[in-house]
Design a protein around this ligand. Sequence first.
Ligand SMILES: Nc1ncnc2c1ncn2[C@@H]1O[C@H](COP(=O)(O)OP(=O)(O)OP(=O)(O)O)[C@@H](O)[C@H]1O
Ligand SMILES: [Mg+2]
Length: 363
Amino acid sequence: MDAVLANFPEGVISFRRGAIRTANIAFCRLFGRTRSQLIGRSAEAVLSDLSFAPADIAAMLSDTQGQADDIDLVRMAAGRPPQDLRIRRFTIDGEGGGTLRALAFIDETSWRATQRATEVLVEELLRADRQAALGEMAMALAHEINQPLGAIVNFAGAARRSLTGRAVRAGELDEVLINIGSEAARAGDVVKSLRSFLKGAPQPSTDACVNAAVKVVLGFAEPAMREQCIDFRLSLAPDLPTVRGDQIILQQIILNLVTNAIQAMGTQPLGHRHLDIRTTREGRSKVRVDVRDTGIGLPAELGERIFEPFITTKVNGSGLGLSIARTLAQRLGGSIEAAPECGEGTRFTIRLPCRGGDEVADA
Ligand SMILES: Nc1ncnc2c1ncn2[C@@H]1O[C@H](COP(=O)(O)OP(=O)(O)OP(=O)(O)O)[C@@H](O)[C@H]1O
Ligand SMILES: [Mg+2]
C-alpha cells in the first residue's frame, strides 16, 4: 500500500497513533517539506506547522469511525496566497499495530478559481443577453422616457405663465404640480426598471411573480410595438401563485420570447401583427405563460435546434436568446416549448413550478 500511496497524485500522509508513518511525493511537493521533516513526527504538530487552523486539525484527526467524508477548507499560510483544499480522510484496519489512518490533500485552488471565473462570465453573458434582447426596443424606449419629460416642461411653462403678473390663489397650482409629479414618476419608473433589468444581479432563490414580469417586459416592448403597428392582447390570470426564481430572470426569459415575436412580425403585412400573452395556472403546481405571435413562423428545417446556442436565421442574430431563455427556465425547474400556431405564427409556452407547488401536488 505504501507503494501505491507513494505515486498517488494527491498529497497523502498516513499515521498510526498520531505519528506520521509515510508521506508521499505529492504531499511533500504540495507543502514544501521533505520526508525527513515529516516521518515520525506528530501529525497534529506537523499540521499546525503547516498553518492549518486548530478546528480544521481537530476535524482531520477526529477518530469518528468509517468516515469517508471530505473536508473543504481554505489554508491561509503567512506569505502565501490562500489555498483551496479538499481533504479526504481514510481509515485502514491493519493487522496488529492498531488502525492506520490517512489524509489525502487535493489542491483545488486553480479549479475553484476557474469555477468562480466561470460564474462571473455566465453573469456577464446573461447581462449581455439582456442588453441584446432590448436591442432595437431601446430607441423606442428612450423616446418613451422623453415624453413625460416633455410634458413636465409644458406643465412647468403653464405654471410660470399663470404666475406672471397676478396674485395666485392657494391651490390654483395644485393640479399642475400634481401632473408634474406624476409625469416625473412615470419617467422615473421606466428608468428604474430598465436599470435594475440591465444591471441587477439576480437572486435565484426568491419568490417571483410572473404577471409582474410580463408587465415590466411589456413596458419595455410597448413603444417598439406601437412603432411597428403591432397590437397586443394581454390576459393575466388573477391570483397566480408566485414561482421559485428571481424577477429579473423571469423578465429575461419573457423578453427574449417577446423580442423574437416582434422580430418575426416585422415583415408581416400591417393588420396582421398580433402579439398575445397569456398567463394561466396549469394544474395545481405550475404556472404557464403563452407568447403567441402572427409572425413568419418557425424555420421548419431547424426543429428543436432553435434552442441550441448560435442557431439563428437572422442577419444580426447571435442565436443565443432561446438557448439562454431555456437554460434559465430549466434552472427554475421549468421548461420552454415552441409550436407552430394553427393559421400563422408561433406559440412559445413557458411552464414554471409554483412556489410550494410540489407540496400541494404531493398532498
Ligand atoms: N417567434 C418566432 N417566430 C419565428 N421564428 C422564431 C421565433 N423565435 C425564434 N425563432 C427562430 O429561432 C431562431 C433562434 O432564436 P434565438 O432567439 O435563439 O436567436 P436569434 O433571435 O436569432 O438571435 P438573438 O436572440 O441572439 O438576437 C431565430 O433565428 C428564428 O429563426
Ligand atoms: Mg432572439
